[in-house]
Design a protein around this ligand. Sequence first.
Ligand code: FES
Ligand code: FES
Length: 166
Amino acid sequence: MSEGGEGTVGPGPARRIRMVVNGTPREAEAEPRTLLVHFLREQLGLTGTHVGCDTSNCGACTVHLDGRPVKSCTVFAVQADGHDIRTVEGLERGGVLSPVQAAFTEAHGLQCGFCTPGMVMTATALLEREPNPSADTIREALRGNLCRCTGYVNIVKAVELAARKG
Ligand code: FES
Ligand code: FES
């Protein structure tokens, strides 16, 4: 019987989860129900990945899982066991912002910044697979990332700028 009593499912025993995060092997305990976003933030201290909704709508939690952008509130930490994760903290090199991060700054692609880590991770994945996307392609790629501040115009301009600068 589960520890939650008859008819309920308990959290289950914690298990050791190992993954490579931003190029570094990391490991920590997590319950089977722990979401990847909470594992990254709370167990690994990588709070650059934001939680905006927990219902897979906002995209603030976007990280790369084996090179593909995923909403980390839709993935259990155990599902990422043994996989490669990149978060927004992994983009800069030696204190220098990545081209996408720099372009968001230069083109004023953010205001409060809450959505920005997810936007940047989605845009980075887009430019890695398609270096010169049209504005429509950028909008399509970012359709799962919501921003309540900017009206999106400068976000699209930022991605175009990052593409131009390579
Ligand atoms: S927190 Fe994951 S989509 Fe909003
Ligand atoms: S900059 Fe505030 S939510 Fe996007």
